[in-house]
Design a protein around this ligand. Sequence first.
Ligand SMILES: Nc1nc2c(ncn2[C@@H]2O[C@H](COP(=O)(O)OP(=O)(O)OP(=O)(O)O)[C@@H](O)[C@H]2O)c(=O)[nH]1
Ligand SMILES: [Mg+2]
Ligand SMILES: [Zn+2]
Length: 347
Amino acid sequence: MTASLLDLGWRPTDADAEHVHHHPHSRPARVTQQQRGAWLVHDGSQEVLARARGAVLDPAPVTGDWLLVSGDARSTCYVDKVLPRRSTLSRAEAGGRSQEQVIAANVDVVGICAPADDVNERRLERELTAVWASGAVPLVIITKADAVDDPHAVATAAAVVCIGADVLTTSTVSGEGLDGVRDRLGPGVTLALIGPSGVGKSSLVNALAGHEVLATQATRQDGKGRHTTTGRHLVPLAGVGLLLDTPGMREFAPWFADEGLGGTFADIDELAASCRFADCRHDSEPGCAVLTVAAGDAEIGARVESWRKLQRELAWLERRQDARLRQEERRQWIIRERAMRRSIRPT
Ligand SMILES: Nc1nc2c(ncn2[C@@H]2O[C@H](COP(=O)(O)OP(=O)(O)OP(=O)(O)O)[C@@H](O)[C@H]2O)c(=O)[nH]1
Ligand SMILES: [Mg+2]
Ligand SMILES: [Zn+2]
């Protein structure tokens, strides 16, 4: 399968050109799939497996990354360089939550998928916050439009919490809205799809491809949550663009996304301009415009609560990170101290 580098989304910056210049025996290739200790990459003429040359790669390549690789495709290719990312979509890893998980790199648009019959507005806010911070543009995709009577009413309701992002409705059953998604694509444009398991992300990729490129499956009803897609796949579709499918994520916590928070909750920021105190935390301060409006409007009230919860989470992450830095500094200090003692010990 060939695809020109341009079709794969190659848009080299000056920095990229510089790296290419310094690696005359390497060629650019894009990660289409992460594997255990290796990466499937597309170099424009074919997909090949690339490995690290022993040393740990920093940053660790993820799907969507541009690499410089060398070596014969028939044997093993090696990664010589991970090129700077134009966008990085991350979340806090589920569970402990104080580690960054990079979901995808060099994405232009992130399609945040939610099923028409079960839109979770609080989740949309969390995903939007991460996307605004990623450097990519969000697009909200209400999937399974055929599953409800009035999908457009669902989209209109969702739009209230999706300030600045377009909201589309799609159905892979009726074909509704697929052209709207195609309009966001184009040669070399990368659209990543995120959302819970079973919302129809892989089905959407297949519908846009016109044939089955990815496996899809009905979700289990026993609450165990079957995840059909297990890895992240970058799928180049000739004449359409690039789709990056991800496994469903049960919960979504943004990673260091303060600027994303401002984008997602621009309406609250606007209200805050009328608070009596410039540094109002909209907690219990007198003359708080946000709390006044929230008291009379349940929808805004829920949004303010969601905004505060996210803010607390992000602040916690920051503190954790600071603590980790201090710990590392202390460790380095102990290492230096020991080395010094050894060097002055009488022999
Ligand atoms: N009614 C309806 N069902 C759909 C639509 N799109 C997908 N489905 C069904 O939803 C189920 C899940 O679809 P997938 O595409 O596998 O969902 P996914 O988001 O990729 O799920 P994970 O890979 O687990 O994250 C399948 O049974 C699909 O047939 C749609 O537009 N309408
Ligand atoms: Mg899937
Ligand atoms: Zn206030």
